[in-house]
Write a protein of this length. Structure first.
Length: 267
């Protein structure tokens, strides 16, 4: 696989193209984003099994998302029966679930390796926070491990970013897919930086608007309720933007025909 070198402005273009795809079938993509949001809620209330399971399902969810975007791009109406079709290709579900388990395993190992050396400091921070009724001591103790973990996680995420479609649509082996995904993300680190910064600003803006409502006298609960559909819609646009990122990085102009015909490119 040959990944293109794209200009930094491509990151903004991915966001714009994602919005364009979302507008084609907003109800379908909003519903999909809401489903993913419910999975995240499930993970948050069922630790530690829930988070591990949801992370393990991420490659499958990624493939389903990009397949849906491929249909939307081709002006096909997304029907409920179409969402699971990408997983019916022989061996795809098993390969992606194994990829997800590897993803979850690497995240767990990274977390243990980063946080364990700081465990005593974090426990002490929790004790002081309880005494002083302030989260500052705990946040201070967690600052270095959190920053370190974030850096490691970005590297892990880059390896898995394009890997699901490289396995499912191009027939690459797992190690090959991880390698080419990592190379593609490294070659386009500046577009991805702009891309990530744009989405950070989008969600911060939505949060800021909710904060302004509270400042105007609206109850925090009601403001939070109003914020939910905007977060889900932004999430739907975010997921739609995965597809143009893939097609532009790998120079795919006919991904839909590749998938429909069952063709697979070899590295």
């Amino acid at each position: 696989m040959q990944a293109a070198f794209l200009p930094a402005t491509s990151g903004w273009q991915w966001v714009r193209d994602g919005f364009r795809l979302f507008r084609k079938q907003p109800l379908a993509m909003f519903t999909w984003a809401m489903f993913i949001s419910l999975l995240v809620v499930f993970a948050s209330v069922t630790p530690p099994v829930g988070p591990i399971l949801v992370v393990a399902l991420m490659p499958i969810i990624t493939l389903m998302t990009l397949s849906a975007c491929k249909h939307v791009e081709a002006d096909r109406v997304m029907l409920p029966s179409m969402w699971g079709k990408p997983l019916k290709q022989p061996g795809v579900f098993k390969k992606l679930f194994l990829m997800g388990l590897l993803y979850a395993g690497l995240c767990m190992i990274a977390g243990l390796a980063v946080f364990m050396p700081f465990m005593d400091a974090m426990v002490e921070g929790m004790r002081i926070a309880a005494v002083e009724s302030s989260m500052d001591p705990l946040l201070s103790a967690m600052r270095i491990p959190l920053i370190t973990f974030a850096i490691i996680y970005v590297i892990i995420a880059a390896l898995f970013w394009h890997a699901p479609v490289l396995v499912a649509w191009h027939g690459l082996r797992l190690i090959q897919a991880l390698f080419f995904s990592g190379i593609a993300c490294w070659r386009n680190k500046w577009p991805f930086l702009i891309y990530g910064a744009t989405w950070l600003l989008v969600f911060l803006f939505i949060d800021l608007c909710a904060g302004l409502l509270v400042a105007m006298g609206v109850s925090p609960q009601f403001a939070g309720t109003l914020q939910i559909p905007f977060n889900i819609a932004a999430g739907g646009i975010l997921y739609c933007s995965f597809y143009p990122a893939y097609t532009s990085v790998f120079g795919i102009n006919s991904a839909s025909s590749q998938l429909d015909n069952g063709n697979s490119a070899q590295a």
